[in-house]
Design a protein around this ligand. Structure first.
Ligand code: MN
Ligand code: MN
Length: 472
């Protein structure tokens, strides 16, 4: 009898003292389970419409306009506004009840994703086939881009400034493109016997786009010429126009449900659209928050946040100055506003992969299905190149998430010294604001077909919404 009492006591003690990971599916009721599934449908629609940073900005602006957001760049009045910068980065803002000097609530995601960019003189023919030269963008495993259907998205600017927007390979009726791979029968020396990092060369990521000739066998470069004639007839562009173009080769096809139970989503670009979309939906549905809220959708994260549309740019400071001026306040208060602000660097974490447990440290790895991750720091080897969120800030986030029923997990990327990576958190942290990385765990991250749990995707949305709304 005494034993049973003891046992019960120890169980109660365990319950009280130990931290137990919570599987989202165990925690939600029927109604919330339905919300999880419905959210995933809206999310997939966004993924399909926003495969490049330019398309993401256009889609975000369209949704903002439809929700009644005013154009800040045009000086339109409104409590809710957006600012589209160069068509590659965009911010949405909702005015809060408190003065700006009490700080903003920022959720900052990125909308660029690893891909193949066309070179400036991309078109050539070889062996009676026509190809496009590329330079890969961001961290890819090159072999993942071979022998698969690819789509071409982007813009071509003619010298007179007129533009052609392209998206080929997404409609089931469209043709697709592809990068060739070598047959295994002949691949032993040039691929199989080499290290993976050496077996697949960036310079060989050439995209096959045609094989019909023009004229007769005496016509010079008649396969390339046929393609150029097609481009001229269809789009009114010449080879020189491709110099002022940004054409991105991305995996063709829509986002898909994975699994008989449809519990997972697989798609290209979930890093970081799995964070951009919830930031968008959270701010679009926000009404009269305490603090002024801002959702930022940055470009160039995958190449180190360099360039004027990146998180290292002066965009955030400029936006705060514009908001201050709108309130009749001095733009010199910019720094005070930013230092009083709280931010989420909305980005994904690499989920524990059961086939490669050796790269993860299980106790601290992100697990699929266990909710949105709170990643205190990223970086590598001795926490270099990382933003390290303050304990006080984590304590506050834990509290507001727990109170709102947000299922979350704390997570680190990989074993110590295994590798590592960075996000935009450290570039925004220089402004003095509180910031932490947060987003869903993702499997097959940075691949053409990234996998995420619908449960985690929804909890990311719930976390961002809670963050925007929480008073203090
Ligand atoms: Mn990312
Ligand atoms: Mn990434």
């Amino acid at each position: 009898m005494a034993d049973a009492v003891d046992k019960e006591q120890w169980e109660q003690l365990r319950e009280k003292l130990t931290v137990t990971p919570r599987l989202v599916w165990d925690q939600v009721d029927e109604a919330e389970r339905a919300e999880i599934m419905a959210y995933a449908e809206r999310y997939k629609r966004f993924l399909n419409r926003a495969k490049t940073e330019r398309e993401a900005v256009a889609e975000i602006e369209a949704q903002a306009r439809a929700a009644g957001f005013a154009d800040l760049a045009r000086g339109e009045p409104g409590e809710r506004c957006f600012y589209n910068y160069k068509g590659k980065t965009i911010a949405l803002m909702v005015r809060g009840r408190r003065p700006l000097t009490e700080g903003l609530r920022l959720v900052a995601a990125h909308i660029d994703a690893p891909r193949l960019d066309l070179k400036q003189y991309p078109l050539y023919e070889d062996t009676d086939l026509v190809f496009l030269k590329t330079h890969y963008y961001g961290g890819i495993k090159k072999y993942q881009w071979l022998a698969r259907p690819l789509a071409l998205h982007g813009v071509v600017l003619r010298a007179d400034g007129t533009r052609v927007e392209l998206s080929i390979g997404e409609d089931p009726e469209d043709p697709v493109f592809t990068v060739l791979d070598l047959l295994p029968h002949l691949a032993r020396k040039v691929q199989m016997d080499k290290k993976v990092s050496e077996a697949f060369e960036g310079e060989k990521l050439n995209v096959l786009v045609g094989s019909l000739p023009l004229g007769d066998k005496d016509t010079k470069e008649r396969f390339k010429l046929a393609l150029l004639k097609y481009l001229q007839d269809t789009y009114g562009i010449t080879e020189e126009d491709l110099v002022s173009a940004e054409l991105e080769v991305v995996p063709a096809g829509p986002a898909r449900d994975v699994g008989w139970d449809r519990s997972l989503v697989a798609a290209y670009g979930q890093d970081d659209r799995s964070c951009a979309y919830p930031a968008l939906e959270a701010i679009l549905t926000l009404t009269a928050p305490e603090h002024t809220c801002m959702a930022l959708f940055y470009d160039k994260e995958e190449v180190g946040s360099d360039g004027n549309t990146s998180a290292k740019s002066c965009l955030l400071e400029e936006l705060v100055e514009q908001l201050l001026e709108r309130e009749g306040l001095s733009p010199l208060l910019r720094r005070r506003v930013l230092m009083a602000s709280r931010a989420i660097s909305a980005d994904v974490n690499g989920a524990l992969d059961p086939d490669y447990p050796e790269v993860h440290e299980k106790r601290n790895a992100a697990k699929l299905g266990y909710g949105v991750c709170l990643t205190k720091y990223t970086g590598h080897g001795g926490k270099y190149m990382a933003n390290d969120a303050h304990a006080e800030y984590l304590a506050w986030l834990r509290r507001i998430f727990n109170e709102a029923g947000v299922i979350w997990q704390a997570a680190h990327l990989g074993k110590v010294d295994e590798g590592g990576g960075g996000t935009i958190a450290k570039y925004l942290a220089v402004h003095g604001l509180e910031i932490i990385d947060s987003g869903p765990p993702v499997l097959s991250m940075h691949s053409p077909f990234e996998v995420a749990s619908k449960a985690d995707l929804y909890m990311t949305y719930k976390a961002f919404r809670t963050f925007f709304q929480a008073p203090v």
